[in-house]
Design a protein around this ligand. Structure first.
Ligand SMILES: [Fe+2]
Ligand SMILES: [Fe+2]
Length: 180
């Protein structure tokens, strides 16, 4: 299997989650009420799965190795754009967390939450399509079979560490709060 295989499966799960955003935003817009639990779950999914686990493999492994290859100027431009889009997604998530926290303090940020969830649901599929249809396949041409196998192993090792990293972080946060 090519290393882009797991990345493309991950894209399918991200798309599925984004479709759930649509139903939720309709509910929030109508009721002018935010379900903080939904927002927390959405933030956790995007941060842990889409950003840390998925963008992590793209940036820390695939893009790192691609940067050593003689990419065309167009491919270099797309790769830079993809990295910028990852940054934009992180910033939008930060704004969503902020809007949810202000909501919990009593401010009516329901329309802000709707706009941010809609922005993510609109932006991500375009990013994914760029990778799936215009970037991943031609990029694989730069790697030998051996290099692709090595990359796939590195992906698996990266994924293996994620669950430990996530819960390690959670325990450290709880520990820091209980000391305060
Ligand atoms: Fe990406
Ligand atoms: Fe991706």
């Amino acid at each position: 299997m090519k290393p882009i295989g797991p990345l493309m499966w991950e894209h399918r799960l991200i798309e599925k989650m984004l479709r759930c955003f649509e139903g939720e935003t309709r509910k929030i817009a109508e009721q002018k009420k935010v379900d903080p639990l939904f927002v927390d779950t959405a933030v956790d999914f995007i941060r842990t799965y889409a950003d840390r686990t998925h963008h992590g493999k793209e940036e820390d492994i695939l893009f790192r190795d691609l940067a050593k290859k003689p990419l065309t100027p167009e491919q270099t431009r797309i790769m830079d754009e993809l990295v910028e889009e990852h940054k934009y997604a992180r910033k939008t998530m930060g704004m969503l967390v902020d809007a949810k926290e202000r909501y919990l303090k009593g401010e009516d940020t329901s329309q802000e939450v709707v706009a941010l969830l809609r922005e993510l649901a609109h932006f991500y599929p375009i990013h994914i399509e760029k990778e799936d249809k215009h970037f991943f396949y031609p990029c694989m041409e730069y790697f030998t079979k051996k290099e692709q196998d090595r990359m796939l192993q590195e992906f698996y090792e990266f994924d293996r560490k994620m669950i430990h990293e996530k819960y390690g972080k959670i325990v450290n946060q709880i520990e820091a709060q209980s000391i305060r």
